[in-house]
Design a binder for this molecule. Sequence first.
Ligand SMILES: NC(=O)c1ccc[n+]([C@@H]2O[C@H](COP(=O)([O-])OP(=O)(O)OC[C@H]3O[C@@H](n4cnc5c(N)ncnc54)[C@H](O)[C@@H]3O)[C@@H](O)[C@H]2O)c1
Length: 371
Amino acid sequence: MIIGVPKEVKDHESRVGITPAGVKALSEAGHKVLVETHAGELSAFTDDAFQSAGAEIVGSAHNVWGMADMVVKVKEPVEKEYGFFREGLVLFTYLHLAPLPVLTDKLLAKKVTGIAYETIRDKQGTLPLLTPMSEVAGRMSVQVGAAYLEKEKGGRGVLLGGVPGVPPAKVCIIGGGIVGTNAAKVALGMGARVKIIDLNLNRLRELDDIFNGRLITVASNSYNVARATAESDLVIGGVLIPGAAAPKIVTRAMVAGMMKGSVIVDVAIDQGGCIETAKPTTHSDPSYEVNGVVHYCVTNMPAAVPNTSTLALTNATFPYVMRLARDGARAAILADDGIREGVNTYDGKLTYHAVAQSQGKPWRAVREVLA
Ligand SMILES: NC(=O)c1ccc[n+]([C@@H]2O[C@H](COP(=O)([O-])OP(=O)(O)OC[C@H]3O[C@@H](n4cnc5c(N)ncnc54)[C@H](O)[C@@H]3O)[C@@H](O)[C@H]2O)c1
């Protein structure tokens, strides 16, 4: 198969769909990989590194899309890429089609096989291609929070781990899922005192076991959240209700009750945020203050560490790339329940129920379309 890897064009996107390691494995398996020049540059992968691994460096996006059987990307295509769609093309990337009816229509009109990272499921029913970015953002949230606690950045001037004779900072993590667990690891590693709040008592039991009592687990209710936020130097929001806007767990009144110079990092901001005073920010202007509390609410935190994020993402996506290349999309979709869940568009039909529902369009199960 010919696999094409274009340079990402979406604003601020610095990741790339395949690494040199992936190119090497695909080349050794007999596939041809076309990488657009400079595609990996912002993730610290040079054209030379791709070439040494066996890729052919191609000068333009037009040629990468035009010659490839399957295009592997990171973000959903933007308008200037729509013209590259053609019948039979397999597109493997984050698609997030629900709010994008125009992109959906273009993929359908050109009969592109659109396989979305975000809807692929593994055997446990989880979303394995979303997990790595939550791991990155969770770990980063504490690093970022520690920096904003410094005086120069508007913080209380507190060192997360304290020093002998001076107590460490208090960190409150709301949501004990992937983001929360990874935040807890880093906060504990830096010597902070950590509380983690979740609605799911079984998850709190697991966390208590995993961390062997080194953190305090707290059941989520407004009384406990108000107390924990009021005493914390750093509050991290990592709540998720799948498919829904994040509930506002920390109210404006609770933020008013927090210490001046304390810091909020609302990782859940990409789903609207779980803190009432949070509003989306960007890497170029990441923070603002409300009632003297510093807020950091960047919607695409992993973009700040594109080398790590690309490696983490491609570790998860690559086995699927290999499978699609080896078997061809049709056979892989038929054989693998997880890949089938990822198919959003096939042969001009919308094949993902939730996307169809949110756009008020008809849909058909991909199995029926393939039958
Ligand atoms: N900003 C970014 O760059 C970025 C990057 C990656 C992920 N995220 C977002 O971070 C959020 C968390 O992702 P995740 O992978 O950790 O999700 P997850 O499903 O693994 O964890 C969410 C946790 O929230 C808990 N929860 C639900 N309702 C709650 C409540 N009322 N009180 C306390 N806890 C509650 C759940 O029980 C679960 O344990 C998502 O919105 C995700 O999209 C943002």
